[in-house]
Design a protein around this ligand. Structure first.
Ligand code: CP
Length: 334
Protein backbone atom coordinates (compact mmCIF):
# COMPACT_ATOMS: atom_id res chain seq x y z
CA UNK A 1 0.00 0.00 0.00
CA UNK A 2 1.37 3.42 -0.97
CA UNK A 3 0.93 6.74 0.75
CA UNK A 4 1.28 10.22 -0.75
CA UNK A 5 3.55 11.83 1.83
CA UNK A 6 6.14 13.50 -0.39
CA UNK A 7 6.75 13.59 -4.13
CA UNK A 8 10.22 12.31 -3.26
CA UNK A 9 8.62 8.85 -2.96
CA UNK A 10 7.21 9.02 -6.51
CA UNK A 11 9.01 8.90 -9.86
CA UNK A 12 8.46 11.69 -12.37
CA UNK A 13 6.58 9.36 -14.75
CA UNK A 14 4.26 8.27 -11.92
CA UNK A 15 3.54 11.89 -11.06
CA UNK A 16 2.95 12.62 -14.74
CA UNK A 17 0.33 9.84 -14.81
CA UNK A 18 -1.41 11.48 -11.83
CA UNK A 19 -1.29 14.82 -13.71
CA UNK A 20 -2.89 13.17 -16.75
CA UNK A 21 -5.66 11.81 -14.49
CA UNK A 22 -6.08 15.30 -13.04
CA UNK A 23 -6.60 16.69 -16.55
CA UNK A 24 -9.32 14.04 -17.07
CA UNK A 25 -10.99 15.06 -13.81
CA UNK A 26 -10.86 18.69 -14.91
CA UNK A 27 -12.76 17.76 -18.09
CA UNK A 28 -15.13 15.36 -16.32
CA UNK A 29 -15.46 16.29 -12.64
CA UNK A 30 -17.99 13.68 -11.51
CA UNK A 31 -16.75 10.09 -11.25
CA UNK A 32 -17.63 7.25 -8.86
CA UNK A 33 -14.13 6.47 -7.59
CA UNK A 34 -15.16 7.03 -3.95
CA UNK A 35 -18.77 5.83 -4.23
CA UNK A 36 -19.96 4.64 -0.83
CA UNK A 37 -16.63 5.48 0.79
CA UNK A 38 -15.48 8.09 3.25
CA UNK A 39 -12.23 9.97 3.78
CA UNK A 40 -10.93 11.54 7.00
CA UNK A 41 -9.42 15.04 6.77
CA UNK A 42 -7.41 15.84 9.89
CA UNK A 43 -6.57 19.50 10.29
CA UNK A 44 -4.12 20.48 13.03
CA UNK A 45 -3.91 23.93 11.34
CA UNK A 46 -6.28 26.29 9.47
CA UNK A 47 -7.01 26.09 5.77
CA UNK A 48 -9.18 27.59 3.06
CA UNK A 49 -8.10 25.89 -0.17
CA UNK A 50 -7.06 22.49 1.14
CA UNK A 51 -10.15 21.85 3.19
CA UNK A 52 -12.55 23.09 0.52
CA UNK A 53 -10.91 21.27 -2.38
CA UNK A 54 -10.58 17.95 -0.55
CA UNK A 55 -14.16 18.09 0.74
CA UNK A 56 -15.57 18.98 -2.68
CA UNK A 57 -13.23 16.49 -4.34
CA UNK A 58 -14.59 13.67 -2.17
CA UNK A 59 -18.16 14.73 -2.99
CA UNK A 60 -17.45 14.85 -6.74
CA UNK A 61 -15.96 11.35 -6.56
CA UNK A 62 -19.18 10.06 -4.94
CA UNK A 63 -17.74 9.88 -1.43
CA UNK A 64 -18.00 11.66 1.88
CA UNK A 65 -15.40 13.68 3.80
CA UNK A 66 -15.23 13.80 7.60
CA UNK A 67 -13.37 16.87 8.88
CA UNK A 68 -11.60 16.48 12.23
CA UNK A 69 -9.62 19.11 14.10
CA UNK A 70 -7.75 17.25 16.86
CA UNK A 71 -7.69 19.29 20.05
CA UNK A 72 -10.76 21.26 18.94
CA UNK A 73 -13.61 19.04 17.79
CA UNK A 74 -11.71 15.73 18.16
CA UNK A 75 -9.56 14.48 21.07
CA UNK A 76 -6.10 15.96 21.38
CA UNK A 77 -3.56 13.33 20.35
CA UNK A 78 -0.25 12.09 21.73
CA UNK A 79 2.56 11.12 19.35
CA UNK A 80 5.44 10.09 21.57
CA UNK A 81 6.18 6.48 22.41
CA UNK A 82 6.51 4.96 25.85
CA UNK A 83 5.38 8.17 27.52
CA UNK A 84 2.90 8.54 30.36
CA UNK A 85 -0.13 10.25 28.88
CA UNK A 86 -0.91 12.47 31.85
CA UNK A 87 -0.97 15.75 29.85
CA UNK A 88 -3.54 17.27 27.45
CA UNK A 89 -3.71 14.33 25.04
CA UNK A 90 -6.64 11.96 25.56
CA UNK A 91 -5.75 9.54 22.79
CA UNK A 92 -2.64 8.18 21.10
CA UNK A 93 -2.15 8.48 17.34
CA UNK A 94 -1.90 4.70 17.11
CA UNK A 95 -5.51 4.11 18.14
CA UNK A 96 -6.71 7.15 16.18
CA UNK A 97 -5.04 5.92 12.96
CA UNK A 98 -6.22 2.34 13.43
CA UNK A 99 -9.83 3.33 14.21
CA UNK A 100 -10.10 5.87 11.38
CA UNK A 101 -8.76 3.20 9.01
CA UNK A 102 -11.75 1.00 9.91
CA UNK A 103 -14.18 3.78 8.94
CA UNK A 104 -12.42 5.51 6.06
CA UNK A 105 -10.68 4.62 2.81
CA UNK A 106 -8.12 7.44 3.06
CA UNK A 107 -6.66 9.56 5.83
CA UNK A 108 -5.41 13.05 4.97
CA UNK A 109 -3.30 15.06 7.42
CA UNK A 110 -2.34 18.73 7.76
CA UNK A 111 0.16 19.29 10.58
CA UNK A 112 2.53 22.26 10.39
CA UNK A 113 5.78 22.37 12.34
CA UNK A 114 5.52 23.74 15.87
CA UNK A 115 8.23 26.34 15.01
CA UNK A 116 10.23 25.75 18.17
CA UNK A 117 12.88 23.21 17.21
CA UNK A 118 13.66 22.33 13.59
CA UNK A 119 15.53 19.15 14.54
CA UNK A 120 12.25 17.93 16.06
CA UNK A 121 9.95 19.38 13.38
CA UNK A 122 11.93 17.97 10.46
CA UNK A 123 11.03 14.46 11.64
CA UNK A 124 7.45 15.10 10.53
CA UNK A 125 6.29 12.90 13.41
CA UNK A 126 2.53 13.41 13.09
CA UNK A 127 2.34 12.54 9.40
CA UNK A 128 4.75 9.62 9.76
CA UNK A 129 2.85 8.23 12.75
CA UNK A 130 -0.39 8.20 10.76
CA UNK A 131 1.41 6.56 7.84
CA UNK A 132 2.85 3.94 10.19
CA UNK A 133 -0.39 2.95 11.91
CA UNK A 134 -3.07 3.59 9.30
CA UNK A 135 -4.10 0.56 7.31
CA UNK A 136 -5.36 2.79 4.49
CA UNK A 137 -3.38 5.27 2.34
CA UNK A 138 -2.38 8.57 3.95
CA UNK A 139 -2.14 11.86 2.05
CA UNK A 140 -0.03 14.83 3.15
CA UNK A 141 -2.17 17.99 3.11
CA UNK A 142 0.91 20.05 4.20
CA UNK A 143 3.36 19.32 6.93
CA UNK A 144 7.01 20.12 6.18
CA UNK A 145 6.31 19.72 2.47
CA UNK A 146 3.13 20.36 0.48
CA UNK A 147 3.05 17.75 -2.29
CA UNK A 148 -0.54 18.45 -3.43
CA UNK A 149 0.46 22.09 -4.04
CA UNK A 150 3.46 20.87 -6.04
CA UNK A 151 1.31 18.92 -8.47
CA UNK A 152 -1.22 21.74 -8.79
CA UNK A 153 1.63 24.08 -9.71
CA UNK A 154 3.16 21.76 -12.30
CA UNK A 155 -0.29 21.15 -13.79
CA UNK A 156 -0.81 24.92 -14.15
CA UNK A 157 2.64 25.32 -15.74
CA UNK A 158 2.04 22.49 -18.19
CA UNK A 159 -1.30 24.05 -19.14
CA UNK A 160 0.39 27.40 -19.86
CA UNK A 161 3.79 26.47 -21.30
CA UNK A 162 3.74 22.72 -22.02
CA UNK A 163 7.09 21.08 -21.33
CA UNK A 164 8.88 22.48 -18.30
CA UNK A 165 12.33 21.00 -19.02
CA UNK A 166 15.03 23.64 -19.41
CA UNK A 167 12.86 26.51 -18.14
CA UNK A 168 14.39 28.91 -15.65
CA UNK A 169 12.44 28.60 -12.40
CA UNK A 170 13.10 31.20 -9.71
CA UNK A 171 11.95 30.35 -6.21
CA UNK A 172 12.17 33.67 -4.41
CA UNK A 173 11.94 34.31 -0.69
CA UNK A 174 9.63 37.23 0.05
CA UNK A 175 9.09 39.35 3.11
CA UNK A 176 6.30 38.49 5.56
CA UNK A 177 5.95 39.98 9.04
CA UNK A 178 5.97 36.51 10.62
CA UNK A 179 8.25 33.53 10.10
CA UNK A 180 6.39 30.95 8.01
CA UNK A 181 6.65 27.23 7.32
CA UNK A 182 9.29 26.15 4.78
CA UNK A 183 6.92 23.47 3.41
CA UNK A 184 5.90 25.17 0.18
CA UNK A 185 9.45 26.37 -0.49
CA UNK A 186 10.79 22.84 0.03
CA UNK A 187 8.09 21.56 -2.28
CA UNK A 188 8.64 24.14 -5.01
CA UNK A 189 12.34 23.32 -5.01
CA UNK A 190 11.70 19.56 -5.20
CA UNK A 191 9.10 19.61 -7.96
CA UNK A 192 10.83 22.18 -10.17
CA UNK A 193 14.01 20.09 -10.13
CA UNK A 194 12.06 16.86 -10.68
CA UNK A 195 10.43 18.35 -13.77
CA UNK A 196 13.74 19.27 -15.36
CA UNK A 197 13.92 22.98 -14.70
CA UNK A 198 16.95 25.17 -14.02
CA UNK A 199 16.10 26.22 -10.50
CA UNK A 200 17.41 29.35 -8.82
CA UNK A 201 16.74 29.64 -5.10
CA UNK A 202 16.81 33.39 -4.42
CA UNK A 203 17.00 34.35 -0.74
CA UNK A 204 18.49 37.19 1.33
CA UNK A 205 21.49 35.22 2.65
CA UNK A 206 22.74 31.79 3.64
CA UNK A 207 20.46 31.68 6.71
CA UNK A 208 17.47 31.36 4.38
CA UNK A 209 18.81 28.39 2.43
CA UNK A 210 16.45 25.45 2.82
CA UNK A 211 17.12 22.23 4.73
CA UNK A 212 19.97 20.24 3.25
CA UNK A 213 17.63 17.25 2.86
CA UNK A 214 15.66 19.18 0.21
CA UNK A 215 18.66 20.90 -1.33
CA UNK A 216 20.33 17.51 -1.86
CA UNK A 217 17.15 15.88 -3.18
CA UNK A 218 16.67 18.74 -5.66
CA UNK A 219 20.30 18.51 -6.83
CA UNK A 220 19.89 14.76 -7.28
CA UNK A 221 16.73 15.29 -9.36
CA UNK A 222 18.46 18.00 -11.40
CA UNK A 223 21.28 15.58 -12.19
CA UNK A 224 18.79 12.90 -13.28
CA UNK A 225 16.57 15.26 -15.28
CA UNK A 226 19.22 17.46 -16.90
CA UNK A 227 18.38 20.60 -14.93
CA UNK A 228 20.30 22.54 -12.31
CA UNK A 229 19.96 24.04 -8.84
CA UNK A 230 21.64 27.38 -8.04
CA UNK A 231 21.49 29.50 -4.90
CA UNK A 232 21.54 33.27 -5.42
CA UNK A 233 21.35 36.31 -3.17
CA UNK A 234 21.43 38.70 -6.15
CA UNK A 235 17.91 39.81 -7.05
CA UNK A 236 18.65 41.22 -10.52
CA UNK A 237 20.75 38.28 -11.59
CA UNK A 238 18.22 35.75 -10.32
CA UNK A 239 15.24 37.36 -12.04
CA UNK A 240 17.18 37.79 -15.31
CA UNK A 241 15.64 35.70 -18.09
CA UNK A 242 13.40 33.75 -15.67
CA UNK A 243 10.49 31.84 -17.20
CA UNK A 244 8.69 31.22 -13.90
CA UNK A 245 8.82 33.17 -10.63
CA UNK A 246 7.44 31.39 -7.59
CA UNK A 247 7.26 33.43 -4.38
CA UNK A 248 7.12 32.25 -0.79
CA UNK A 249 8.21 33.56 2.57
CA UNK A 250 9.78 31.28 5.16
CA UNK A 251 11.59 31.43 8.47
CA UNK A 252 15.38 31.10 8.56
CA UNK A 253 16.25 27.64 9.86
CA UNK A 254 19.26 28.69 12.02
CA UNK A 255 16.89 30.97 13.97
CA UNK A 256 14.20 28.33 14.46
CA UNK A 257 12.48 28.98 17.79
CA UNK A 258 14.43 32.26 18.22
CA UNK A 259 12.19 34.35 16.03
CA UNK A 260 12.78 37.64 17.85
CA UNK A 261 16.46 37.28 16.89
CA UNK A 262 15.50 36.67 13.26
CA UNK A 263 13.18 39.68 13.06
CA UNK A 264 15.85 42.35 12.40
CA UNK A 265 17.27 40.22 9.59
CA UNK A 266 13.81 39.64 8.12
CA UNK A 267 12.92 43.34 8.38
CA UNK A 268 16.03 44.32 6.38
CA UNK A 269 14.71 42.35 3.44
CA UNK A 270 11.31 43.85 2.72
CA UNK A 271 12.66 44.77 -0.72
CA UNK A 272 12.38 41.10 -1.77
CA UNK A 273 8.67 41.75 -2.42
CA UNK A 274 7.84 40.71 -5.99
CA UNK A 275 7.03 43.78 -8.07
CA UNK A 276 6.71 44.89 -11.70
CA UNK A 277 10.30 46.17 -11.82
CA UNK A 278 11.69 42.77 -10.91
CA UNK A 279 9.27 40.96 -13.22
CA UNK A 280 10.40 43.23 -16.08
CA UNK A 281 13.85 41.59 -15.84
CA UNK A 282 12.37 38.19 -16.69
CA UNK A 283 11.57 36.42 -19.92
CA UNK A 284 7.88 37.48 -19.54
CA UNK A 285 7.78 35.03 -16.64
CA UNK A 286 4.67 33.43 -15.26
CA UNK A 287 4.21 34.26 -11.60
CA UNK A 288 2.67 32.08 -8.92
CA UNK A 289 2.18 31.71 -5.20
CA UNK A 290 0.48 28.94 -3.21
CA UNK A 291 -1.92 31.41 -1.49
CA UNK A 292 -2.89 32.83 0.95
CA UNK A 293 -0.84 35.89 0.01
CA UNK A 294 -0.49 39.31 1.65
CA UNK A 295 -0.90 41.91 -1.07
CA UNK A 296 1.77 44.61 -1.26
CA UNK A 297 3.79 42.81 1.38
CA UNK A 298 4.86 39.66 -0.45
CA UNK A 299 3.73 40.68 -3.94
CA UNK A 300 2.37 43.89 -5.46
CA UNK A 301 -1.19 44.23 -6.70
CA UNK A 302 0.13 44.81 -10.21
CA UNK A 303 1.92 41.43 -10.33
CA UNK A 304 -0.94 39.51 -8.69
CA UNK A 305 -3.48 41.07 -11.05
CA UNK A 306 -1.35 40.68 -14.18
CA UNK A 307 -2.20 38.18 -16.95
CA UNK A 308 1.01 36.29 -16.13
CA UNK A 309 -0.17 35.42 -12.62
CA UNK A 310 -1.34 31.79 -12.48
CA UNK A 311 -1.97 31.55 -8.72
CA UNK A 312 -5.74 31.14 -9.14
CA UNK A 313 -5.28 28.45 -11.82
CA UNK A 314 -2.89 26.68 -9.48
CA UNK A 315 -5.40 26.90 -6.63
CA UNK A 316 -8.15 25.49 -8.89
CA UNK A 317 -5.87 22.63 -9.86
CA UNK A 318 -5.61 21.58 -6.23
CA UNK A 319 -9.11 20.11 -6.67
CA UNK A 320 -8.21 18.15 -9.81
CA UNK A 321 -4.84 16.81 -8.68
CA UNK A 322 -6.15 15.74 -5.28
CA UNK A 323 -8.96 13.77 -6.92
CA UNK A 324 -6.33 12.13 -9.10
CA UNK A 325 -4.14 11.33 -6.08
CA UNK A 326 -7.11 9.80 -4.24
CA UNK A 327 -8.07 7.74 -7.30
CA UNK A 328 -4.49 6.60 -7.83
CA UNK A 329 -4.02 5.48 -4.21
CA UNK A 330 -7.37 3.72 -4.05
CA UNK A 331 -6.76 1.89 -7.35
CA UNK A 332 -3.92 0.05 -5.62
CA UNK A 333 -5.88 -1.04 -2.57
CA UNK A 334 -9.29 -1.72 -4.14
N1 CP B 1 -2.27 26.70 -0.41
C1 CP B 1 -2.94 26.17 0.63
O1 CP B 1 -2.66 25.04 1.07
O2 CP B 1 -3.98 26.92 1.06
P1 CP B 1 -4.74 26.72 2.46
O3 CP B 1 -3.71 26.93 3.54
O4 CP B 1 -5.82 27.76 2.46
O5 CP B 1 -5.29 25.33 2.51
Amino acid sequence: MRHFLTTGDWRRDELQTILAMARDFKRQPMMDVLKGRSIALLFFNPSLRTRTSFEIGAFELGGHAVILQPGRDAWPLAFDWGGIMDGEAEEHVREAAEVLSRYCSLICVRAFPKFQDWVEDRQDKILNAFAQYATVPVINMETITHPCQELAHIMALQEKIGETDGKKFVLTWTYHPKPLNTAVANSALLIAAKFGMDVTLLCPGKDYILDDRYMRAARQSAEEQGGSVTVSHDIEKAYGNADIVYAKSWGALPYFGRWEDEKPLRDQNRHFMVDEKKMALTNKALFSHCLPVRRNVKVTDAVLDSPGCIAIDEAENRLHVQKAIMARLLAEVS
